[in-house]
Each structure stands twice: as C-alpha cells, then as structure tokens.
Write a protein that binds this ligand. Sequence first.
Ligand code: ADP
Ligand code: TRP
Length: 322
Amino acid sequence: MKRVLSGIQPSGKLHIGNYFGMMKTMIEYMEQSDLYVFIVDLHALTSVHDRNRLRTGTLEAASDFLALGLDPDRCTFWVQSDLPEVCELTWILSTVTPMGLLERCHSYKDKTAKGIAPSHGLFAYPVLMAADILLFQADLVPVGKDQKQHLEVARDIAIKFNNTFGETFVVPEPAIDENTAIIPGIDGQKMSKSYGNTIPIFLDDKSLRKVVMSIKTDSTPVEEPKNPDTCNLYALLKLFMEPHRLAEVRNLYINGGAAYGHLKQELFELIRDYFAPARDRKKELLANPDYLRDILAGGAEKARGKAIVTLDQVRDRVGLKY
Ligand code: ADP
Ligand code: TRP
C-alpha cells in the first residue's frame, strides 16, 4: 500500500481552493493508502508572528479536516511542531542542500514580493518541507500546482543524500490533479489566503452570500453569448454543479441567456448545502478543544513511531551515532 502524505499551513481560514486542491483528495486517499496528514505550524511561523492567530489557526485547521471527513483512526493526523524530530532532520538535510537549489525557488521570491519578511526560515522553507516528507518515507505527495517546485526540491535533496550517504530515503512522487490544479478566487486570480480573494469553506450564510455575490464577472449583457472557459464564476460552478445542470448553464453561456446574478445565487446555495453538514460538525469540534487536542496528541504519538526509525537510520548514516 502506498504511503501518501501532505500538510497544510494554518496561516488563515481554509478556503475552497485548499479544499479542492488538497483536502478533498487527501480525505479520499484514506480509503486506499497509508495516509499521513498534518498541520504545518512551523511553516506558518515563517509568515505569522501572532501567537493567538497561530494557535487558533492550528485548532481551526485541525477541526476543518475532521469536520470534512478525515478519520484519525484510519490515518495518521498530527501537528508538525509536536514532533521535534523534523527540525533535526531539517538541519541534517540542509547540510547537503545546495544554495542554488533554494535560490531558484519561486515561492521565496513571490512571498517576499508580497511583503513577507525575507527571513532565513522563509528561505529554508523547502528544506523543512523536504524533511516533512522524507522523515516518513512518503511515496506520494498530493499538492496543488503551486507546490510542484517544492516537491522537486524534496526529490533532489533525497537523491543527493542517498548518493552521499547510501540509500536511505524514498524519493517521493508528486500527485497533482490537473482538473482542479488551480481554483480561481473571486477576482479571477489564483484563490489564496495571501490575495484576500478567497471563499472560506466555513462561513455563515450571510457572509458566504456576500462573498459569492462579489465574484468578479464582465459586463456582457444577459442575452449576449459569453465564453464559459474564461469565466471564473463558471470555473467555480463547475466544482459544485450536477453535470446536467452544468450542461444547461454552459449552453446559456454559449448561446446567450446566462444571467450572472442568478448564477451567483445558485452558486451560493450549492456551496452552502455542500458544506452544511461539515459546518455543524466543525461547530461541535471547536466547542470541545480538549477533545481535539487529545486526537492530535494521539496522532503525534503514532507519527513519532515512524519518525524515530528514519531519524535513527539517518543519524547512523551521517556519523552522528558514535
Ligand atoms: P494559500 O495560497 O491560500 O496560502 P496554501 O499555500 O497554504 O494556500 O496551500 C495549501 C494547499 O492547498 C496546497 O496543497 C496548495 O497547493 C492548495 N491550494 C491552495 N490554493 C489553491 C488553489 N487556488 N487551487 C488549488 N489548490 C490550492
Ligand atoms: N508548503 C506546503 C504549502 O504551503 C505545505 C507543506 C509543508 C507540505 N510540508 C509539506 C505539503 C509536506 C506537502 C508535504 O501548501
């Protein structure tokens, strides 16, 4: 059975892009793999320097996953910082990571361009991510397209380490679903916490309706034909609509008659209904944070069982066991 692993940052409210780009895929993998899912709070620390925001973000992200259907008994689910082993492995890996490999990473440049402080942690972010993956000898890492380069860095580091010290790490494969590779935000750019253009998964009805109604559309009149394939409202409808209704809507776009206002109302109702049961579960979970902490502590213990085996072997390979 393949070992599948992925993490998500608790740096803001999780959104529909996170859900279709990563969370839904991970939950589905539960059926057919040895699954590892974790909340990467150490990564979030590269951009969040607000104690309460990070703490709340971590508990919220954990409750989001559980509410959406992740079953902690059928996978390993934990918070990254509960396993200090990952920091030790990060250091060891950083000694075989060429500077040039990190200097080529787009995400460091993108994030500093957006105003995140250019710290050493932000620069070394991909090494910590490689440690996350290699510590658990993951075969497959499902992520959105934006993480592809980080996966390549993790593979390069694994190969470099194996060549230097002998076969130690599984070289991980990315799993990127091309159909839902990039979900657009309400402004048509990639949906992202850092662009302020998200549709959060768990909003109350009033706020959700307001966000959906603010999706940017062009000013083509209702009766004129429109191109569904360049319309971000259509791209979002595609995620939620039944195929027969979607075919009708596509027809309206192409032949005239697609009214953006009505379609937005329809999208609002679809999103509300899709997430309604999970929203109730999330409320219950957040009302009992100690229960949530117990689940996460159990997950950390399970994860540590695997991590210490790899780390022990790594320490031995590099000469840290004397
Ligand atoms: P954000 O850009 O909102 O900060 P993250 O970088 O924390 O999101 O991404 C968490 C996961 O969700 C990653 O696997 C990422 O590829 C995926 N993801 C984020 N935004 C999108 C999107 N708009 N479309 C598809 N997947 C996304
Ligand atoms: N960098 C990833 C993101 O921003 C999160 C992440 C950290 C991750 N460690 C990982 C994803 C390990 C997959 C595997 O989305």
